[in-house]
Structures are given as structure tokens and as C-alpha cells.
Write a protein that binds this ligand. Structure first.
Ligand SMILES: NC(=O)c1ccc[n+]([C@@H]2O[C@H](COP(=O)([O-])OP(=O)(O)OC[C@H]3O[C@@H](n4cnc5c(N)ncnc54)[C@H](OP(=O)(O)O)[C@@H]3O)[C@@H](O)[C@H]2O)c1
Length: 427
């Protein structure tokens, strides 16, 4: 009998957290298995999970072993994977799932990997019915589902599409794992040597289904520090804009421009108010620039490789528990008259506690999908508001309220509309 979900990468830092989440939250009768390249490590993880996981089957497979990955894909409804860097280890698995008609989700934030997967798998997955869903962690679920929630609210409340939407990552506490750093450095290394990749990374519509049909309203991601009047806060560049904005624009295009043809989308961070906020913002921008320089300059890169967390390392349980994130999304209607404020919040650290929750809930939601339109989709076009509901039930905040100082009516806000289906899945 097929299992519902196979978790590939259960021995990694994030994979372990996903395994813990599934052991604690999968409904009774839900059949899930753990896969990885090392049986002893898998056995140790299963023992540590205790009685709730005692019967969970273990599968040994390497990310480069196409035959083993095909077998996994054929014997489950959903594969969920944390094996990164995805550009190095992810392509064969996504391909196997697209061919087998098996749903797939991951937590990549690597635009080059997602683009390659679209080019290789979208047509195949449309035919097989596989839903291939990348970026199901902190990048890019809050962005993608937060925007969807606002689009639904504007449609329901004002019969309006979206105009300008501005995402702001606000107060946050969290850390980085060795795997995340390895993936960032791997992308920097690849971009240093590859002009076409640098061009792809600069393109605001790099994940578009049909580049010719884009209106090119959005320019490059923000690189400056400025005052954001709608929130009365200092705003500056947000490193994850480089992937999140592309995913959100893909959602709009895949859904037949359901958010609107005038939809514009940007992402920045906020730093509070007052002189200290300006100084912090400037320091963060300078720090990011210094990190990028250090990572691409051989002598300082050796130091980074030596002192940054390695594979399997990451923020400890105490730090994860203390972690949280708060996102505000300021959205205008297409005619510019109505303005609303969306909020997306999590109650543990964004990259690991909340990411494990987001990926696990995505995998369980995909396992509940029987007949579906396949393709290389986004969280919003694959699962829509159904996933928002699941994440709300799992403790995340997704709300909409009037923007302070605007005249939009608040009546009826906060309801959760039904899940939309993608109207066009041309990849
Ligand atoms: N989107 C987000 O918000 C988000 C958040 C967190 C992490 N991530 C991404 O998730 C990925 C994993 O991060 P992490 O910190 O969990 O990394 P990690 O601790 O280094 O774990 C990597 C996992 O990949 C496995 N692996 C590596 N090479 C393999 C191969 N050839 N065949 C099979 N398995 C292989 C490792 O197995 P072994 O244990 O046997 O070495 C381990 O299970 C990274 O790409 C990171 O950027 C994204």
C-alpha cells in the first residue's frame, strides 16, 4: 500500500524538526516514512522520536540515485524534502515525482533550482497530475499566502483586484543552520562563475510561466533605506525578496492574473522608528554587503567556511522556542481607493520551527488532494486558502484589518474564504 508522505532528508537539521512535527501532528492512520542516505542515522532519529514513530518505515536512498528516487516516488502520494542545497541535490527527485504523478514539496529558496524545475517538470507534471510545489518554508509561504489572503479579501469585500502590495518583514527572532548557509554560499559561488545565472537572479519575473506576457511593472528589489509612511517605520532591503517576490509574481501569472494585471509587489524589512532605527537599518545593509564580499573573496571565505555552522547544525531548542516573526503587508486595490493591512505571524523561529510546520502542513494537505491539476505550482496556486486554514489551525496568524489612517471599511474582515483553484497552469 502507498504511504501518504515520504520525508526525504529526515537526518538533517530541518528534516529532524519536520519528522518531530509529523510524529506529533499527523492524524491517526496517516502513513509516513523517513528517507535518507544513512540507515544508522535514520534509525537513531526514529528511536529519538519515541513510540509515536516506532512503526515509521525507513528508506535508504541517495539524492543522485535516480532508480532509488523513482521507487520512492512510485510508492507514496507525496514526497516532502529538506535535502539541500537543492541545485545540487534536488533535481532528480523533483523529476521522479513529476513523472510518477506524485505530489512534491520542499523548502528551497534557490531561484535557479526552481527555474530549472519549471523548465524540466512543468509540462510533465501537468500531464501526470503531480503538484510540484517549491518554497514551502519561511521562503515563500508567508509572502505567497499572505498576498493570496489579501487578494481574496479585496475581491470579496470590494469586488476589486490588487494594485500595489508592499510586504514588510518586521520584528523577528531566529537563527541560521549550516544547511541554509551552505545553500546561500553555493548560489553565490555558482553566480560568480555564470553570467546567465546572474541575469536570471536579477530578473524580477525570473519564475514567470510566460516571460512575454508579463507587464514588467516591477523593477529590481529595493537596495536602499527609506521611510515608509503607511507604517511610520524605517524600511530597507530584505534578503529573501530575491526569491519571495518571484514566487508571488508566478502565483499571479499561473492563476491567469487573478490578482490583477496592474498588480505590483515588493518586499522590504522594517526597523522601527527614530534615530536608532535608521542606524540599525544602515548597519544591516552594510553588514549584508560585507558578508557578500567576504563570501566571494577567497581568504575571508576560508574563515567563513571554518566558523559558520556546518551541516546538521542550527539554532538550539531554546533559541527556536524564543523565536518568532511578524510580517505586515500593505495592500491597495487596483483603483488605489481601498487600503488594507495583512498580518502573517509565527510563534517560533521562522527558518526552522515555523518552517517545519509550514512544510509538514503542506505535505499533509497535498496528501489529502486526490484528483488535481498538476504542474510546477506555488503554495498559493497548489493549495490556496486551504493551506492558510491549516496553518491558522496550527497556530500561525493570517489576518486582514483596515490600514491605520485609511478609510477602508472593516466590516466583515477576518473571514476565511474558500480555496481558489488555479485557472491557468501554463508553465
Ligand atoms: N525555506 C526556508 O525557509 C528554509 C529553512 C531552513 C532550511 N532551508 C533549506 O533546507 C535545506 C536543508 O537545510 P538544513 O539546515 O536542514 O541542512 P542539513 O542539516 O545540512 O541537512 C541536509 C540533509 O540533506 C541530506 N543529504 C545531503 N546530501 C545528500 C545526498 N547526496 N543524498 C541524500 N541525502 C543527502 C543530509 O543527509 P546526512 O544527514 O546523511 O548528511 C541531511 O539529511 C537547505 O537547502 C536550506 O537552505 C530552507
Amino acid at each position: 500500500m502507498k504511504s501518504d508522505v515520504v520525508l526525504f532528508g529526515a537526518t538533517g537539521f530541518t528534516g529532524r524538526l519536520v519528522a518531530e512535527y509529523l510524529a506529533a501532528h499527523a492524524p491517526s492512520g496517516f502513513r509516513w516514512a523517513m528517507a535518507g542516505r544513512n540507515r544508522e542515522k535514520l534509525e537513531e532519529i526514529r528511536r529519538a522520536l519515541g513510540p509515536a514513530a516506532a512503526e515509521v518505515p525507513l528508506i535508504v536512498a541517495d539524492a543522485q540515485d535516480a532508480a532509488a528516487l523513482q521507487k520512492i516516488a512510485e510508492e507514496t502520494k507525496v514526497v516532502c524534502t529538506t535535502v539541500g542545497p537543492f541545485a545540487l541535490h534536488g533535481r532528480r527527485l523533483a523529476r521522479a515525482c513529476a513523472k510518477a504523478g506524485t505530489h512534491y514539496c520542499d523548502i528551497t529558496g534557490e531561484v535557479n533550482f526552481v527555474r530549472a524545475s519549471i523548465d524540466e517538470n512543468h509540462v510533465v507534471a501537468k500531464e501526470s497530475g503531480a503538484r510540484i510545489v517549491h518554497c514551502c518554508g519561511f521562503d515563500s509561504i508567508p509572502s505567497d499566502l499572505g498576498t493570496l489572503m489579501l487578494a481574496e479579501t479585496f475581491a470579496e469585500r470590494f469586488q476589486q483586484k490588487l494594485g500595489r502590495v508592499k510586504f514588510f518583514a518586521g520584528e523577528t527572532s531566529g537563527g541560521f543552520s549550516g544547511g541554509t548557509i551552505a545553500s546561500m554560499l553555493q548560489l553565490l559561488d555558482a553566480a560568480k562563475q555564470d553570467r546567465a545565472l546572474r541575469k536570471l537572479l536579477r530578473d524580477p519575473y525570473s519564475l514567470s510561466p510566460d516571460r512575454k506576457s508579463d507587464l514588467d511593472l516591477d523593477g529590481p528589489d529595493s537596495v536602499r533605506v527609506r521611510w515608509e509612511p503607511s507604517l511610520q517605520r524605517v524600511a530597507g532591503p530584505f534578503v529573501m525578496a530575491a526569491v519571495n517576490t518571484r514566487i508571488v509574481r508566478r502565483s499571479n501569472a499561473l492563476s491567469g492574473f487573478a490578482y490583477g494585471r496592474k498588480f505590483r509587489y515588493s518586499e522590504e524589512m522594517t526597523f522601527g522608528r527614530g534615530p536608532r532605527a535608521w542606524v540599525t537599518a544602515a548597519a544591516v545593509v552594510a553588514g549584508l554587503g560585507a558578508f557578500l564580499k567576504a563570501a566571494t573573496f577567497a581568504p575571508t571565505r576560508m574563515l567563513l567556511d571554518r566558523y559558520l555552522p556546518g551541516p546538521g547544525d542550527g539554532p538550539d531548542a531554546e533559541a527556536r522556542k524564543r523565536g518568532f516573526f511578524k510580517i505586515r503587508i500593505v495592500a491597495e486595490s487596483e483603483d488605489g481607493r481601498e487600503k488594507l493591512l495583512g498580518r502573517v505571524e509565527g510563534t517560533s523561529d521562522p527558518g526552522y520551527g515555523e518552517t517545519a510546520k509550514m512544510l509538514s502542513e503542506t505535505a499533509m494537505a497535498l496528501a489529502a488532494e486526490d484528483r488535481s491539476a498538476g504542474g510546477v505550482l506555488t503554495p498559493a496556486t497548489a493549495l490556496g486558502m486551504k493551506l492558510v486554514t491549516r496553518l491558522r489551525n496550527a497556530g500561525m496568524v493570517f489576518t486582514v484589518e483596515p490600514l491605520p489612517g485609511s478609510t477602508s471599511s472593516s466590516a466583515g474582515l477576518g473571514k476565511s474564504p474558500a480555496a481558489p483553484q488555479p485557472s491557468s497552469l501554463d508553465g
